[in-house]
Design a protein around this ligand. Structure first.
Ligand code: NAD
Length: 374
């Protein structure tokens, strides 16, 4: 009879008991908070929701009941700063329209709380710098919620690319597209969104390419377009198509589109193969395929990994940073670098010429230590 033995070392003693978990205040009860983040706490091992901030008393009451949050831990935007006096709150998670990230991060830091901020970090380089300064001054941690960098498939691609699995990476093709329908939503207002498809969905192509390669672009070239007369694109761009030049002749070609059917993929082309991720930037459903030459044969493989809830993974990483006093893997500096590049992309499109970026030597220059496996 076959005897099945478990691994020599037993499972790690997680999840943490509720009183040992890091307490989060969620700011903004919109789609992302209600549909993804709050449910994801059910899969967290080190994080728990303890406070809510919203302009709507009805929504606060309902959501607080759903997630067992005390009525006295529900705040409006006006009394947001009172979070300072709530010892259960260690982290403030900012899930507001992009132009509000800077103000609520700075006020949150001044309240003495660690900040997890949704992407894009802000609407300009200047705002990112102010956010980083405020968190440093208050001696609190700042992390940008780049969930892809905690997601198993994209992390696997990073390992393969950095290890030159099929030879050196040479060229990346990346696309993030979706169609939008509501011109009145804040995403279509320049002053609230900061831009159009680029900072919202194009950022995934940009940040994931930087993450997979580890290096930084030295130059960008871009086009933007908005269909005249379409109310969706009166204030913001519909499409951005851009190219980034990375060190050692690696080119990255990206497109973000607000007016084509959903498509979220990238392909890393290497000397002797390629690595392709479909649904790369989605919440679930990543599909990883590779192709490589073995002598005269061309091998094609599909790699299947166990999926992890990306929001739970990123929140538990930040909680671990708080509990163990470590720097986050995706700190404010990582978000700032994306904003530097996005500003160069817009400048290139405006001026119709390539724009150079300051040279950055080394790898993972803006990232903190690697997250522990989840
Ligand atoms: P949403 O429109 O569904 O929610 C925004 C929330 O902000 C609402 O509760 C709204 O009431 C509140 N709000 C406060 N002041 C507002 C104002 N002046 N105008 C409009 N709304 C105001 O948006 P969302 O999709 O939840 O996005 C929130 C943030 O999360 C954005 O920064 C977005 O980029 C980010 N996001 C990230 C991901 C991800 O995968 N990481 C996915 C979606 C959204």
């Amino acid at each position: 009879m076959e005897v099945r033995r478990g691994p020599a070392v037993g499972p790690r003693p997680y999840p943490l008991p509720p009183d040992k978990r890091v307490g989060y205040a969620l700011v903004g009860l919109g789609h992302l908070t209600l549909e993804e983040i709050l449910p994801a706490f059910g899969e967290c091992k080190k994080s728990k929701p303890v406070a809510l901030v919203s302009a709507s008393p009805e929504k606060l009451k309902k959501v607080a009941q759903q997630y067992g949050i005390k009525p006295e831990s529900c705040y409006s935007y006006e009394n947001y700063d009172k979070l300072k006096d709530n010892p259960e709150v260690q982290v403030i998670y900012i899930v507001l329209p992009n132009s509000m990230h800077a103000e609520y991060t700075i006020r949150g830091a001044q309240a003495g709380k660690h900040i997890l901020c949704e992407k894009p970090m802000a609407t300009s380089v200047r705002e990112c710098e102010l956010m980083i300064d405020a968190c440093k001054k208050a001696n609190v941690k700042l992390m940008v919620a780049y969930r892809i960098q905690y997601e198993p498939y994209n992390r696997q691609v990073k390992e393969m690319v950095r290890g030159n699995k099929f030879g050196k990476p040479k060229y990346i093709e990346a696309q993030n597209s979706q169609s939008s329908a509501n011109p009145d939503h804040w995403r279509h207002k320049k002053d609230l969104a900061g831009g159009g498809s680029l900072p919202d969905i194009g950022l995934y192509c940009l940040n994931t390419s930087r993450f997979v390669l580890g290096t930084e672009p030295t130059e960008v070239f871009a086009y933007t377009y908005s269909t005249p007369g379409n109310p969706l694109f009166k204030e913001i761009e519909e499409v951005v198509s851009w190219q980034m030049r990375f060190p050692e002749g690696v080119f990255v070609n990206c497109v973000s589109h607000y007016n084509t059917h959903d498509s979220r993929f990238y392909r890393v082309n290497t000397e002797r193969g390629w690595i392709h991720v479909d649904n790369a930037y989605a919440y679930t459903g990543q599909q990883l395929q590779t192709s490589h030459a073995e002598g005269p044969a061309k091998m094609k493989n599909q790699m299947v990994l166990s999926e992890k809830n990306q929001f739970a993974a990123e929140m538990d990483h930040f909680s671990e940073c708080v509990l163990e006093n470590k720097a986050p893997h995706t700190p404010g500096e990582e978000g700032l670098q994306d904003h530097r590049i996005m500003e160069a992309i817009y400048q290139s499109a405006r001026e119709g010429r390539p724009v150079k970026l300051p040279e950055v030597k080394g790898t993972d220059v803006f990232r903190g230590p690697e997250p522990k496996p989840v």
